[in-house]
Design a protein around this ligand. Structure first.
Ligand SMILES: [Cu+2]
Length: 375
């Protein structure tokens, strides 16, 4: 019956040991200490002093610095945010910045079809690319258009959508869209090869074409097997279909929750929103007081069955999958399984720093955390 259960404690140790050798000294441990009492932390690892000792040794001075707990860093953030704010990934080398990805929507090129409908065309190229997912932690990613997550494709309900996909990488890939379309356009290997679809081999191209429906917050991803690996390597992105009647104007952003298995053990070592661990702790998201904030939240995480989003000091209206104009719930936390997504709407009535993070604590410790800065 099923796979043998993994020992969660062993799992934690292995991941944290890797982190200790990687970026934990500058990032993960301070947050860990914020969330778990110090003694509890070490027991939480595996109950053994050697593990704790190993961590302290790797973390070096950071452990001492963190235990102070009080005060502020030079960029004004609370010190438990933790690390040298000057430590960052090389966004230029990455070719993308998680902050810019938030509000970067690709509306494609449009033209009118006979009868008045809009044809919206997008161009996507799969490319292999090394990216830095946390300071000093490199990852050999597979990307759509050189970035992880891929472009957030956006259209309006009823548009005719055409995505010109070229596989410029060294492995076969596809684009599988969540939405309503024919089997032939589904990006499934084995379906449609005779017409040039299905699996798209290196150097080949295919045009996906369908009507945009239903409106909502969706996603696309590669569907070549081994599926978990193709997705985990970075082949996913947001796909947003606006309702015909539109929505109330808002500061809109897309948050793709993801993770990276940097040592190929089918466990993630880094967790994030828009790829870079701790990015939004180093660079809080700037929002305006009383302005409507609309977040398209997408869970692209592999190897972990659930992810979550929690905001401090506020509540939000939640629209599951974004497919209704009425929210289902007013809450401060939402859980999403793999591939699940939804829309959040909220306003911050008071200025200040408001944390948001996965309420799966381990993910927070490994990068999935940040702040809204309300001005
Ligand atoms: Cu693929």
């Amino acid at each position: 019956m099923g796979k043998p259960k993994q020992d969660p404690e062993r799992r934690g140790v292995s991941r944290r040991k890797l982190l200790a050798g990687g970026f934990a000294a500058t990032a993960a441990l301070p947050v860990l200490h914020e969330l778990i009492p110090h003694r509890g932390l070490h027991h939480a690892l595996d109950g053994s002093e050697p593990a704790a000792a190993a961590m302290s040794e790797h973390a070096g001075m950071q452990m001492g610095a963190v235990s102070e707990h009080a005060g502020h860093s030079s960029n004004g953030l609370p010190l438990h945010a933790g690390f040298d704010p000057a430590t960052d990934v090389d966004h230029e080398a990455n070719g993308f910045n998680p902050t810019e990805i938030l509000r970067d929507f690709d509306w494609g090129e449009t033209r009118r079809l006979p009868g008045g409908r809009t044809l919206r065309e997008f161009t996507i190229v799969a490319q292999d690319r090394e990216i830095e997912v946390a300071p000093g932690v490199k990852y050999a990613a597979w990307t759509y258009n050189g970035r992880v997550p891929g472009p957030t494709l956006r259209c309006v309900e009823g548009d005719r959508v055409r995505i010109r996909f070229t596989n410029g990488s060294t492995h076969p890939h596809t684009m599988h869209f969540h939405g309503i379309h024919s089997a032939f356009m589904d990006g499934m290997p084995g379906i449609g090869e005779a017409k040039g679809g299905g699996q798209v081999d290196p150097g080949e191209s295919f045009d996906y074409e369908f009507d945009a429906e239903p409106f909502g917050t969706h996603l696309y991803h590669c569907h070549v097997s081994p599926l978990a690996a193709h997705i985990a390597k970075g082949l996913y992105g947001g796909f947003i279909i606006d309702p015909k009647q539109g929505r109330e104007p808002a500061d809109e952003m897309v948050m793709v929750m993801n993770g990276f298995d940097t040592n190929f053990d089918a466990l993630n070592e880094v967790y994030a929103v828009n790829t870079v661990g701790f990015h939004f702790q180093r660079h809080p998201i700037q929002v305006k007081r009383d302005e409507l904030l609309r977040i398209h939240l997408i869970n692209a995480l592999e190897y972990d069955p659930v992810n979550s989003f929690h905001v401090h000091g506020n509540f939000f209206d939640y629209y599951p999958t974004g497919t209704s104009l009425q929210p289902s719930e007013l809450t401060d936390i939402v859980i999403q399984g793999q591939g699940q997504r939804g829309m959040l709407e909220m306003r911050f009535g008071r200025p200040g720093l408001y944390m948001f993070h996965a309420h799966v604590t381990e993910f927070t410790e490994l990068g999935w955390t940040g702040f809204f800065e309300v001005s």
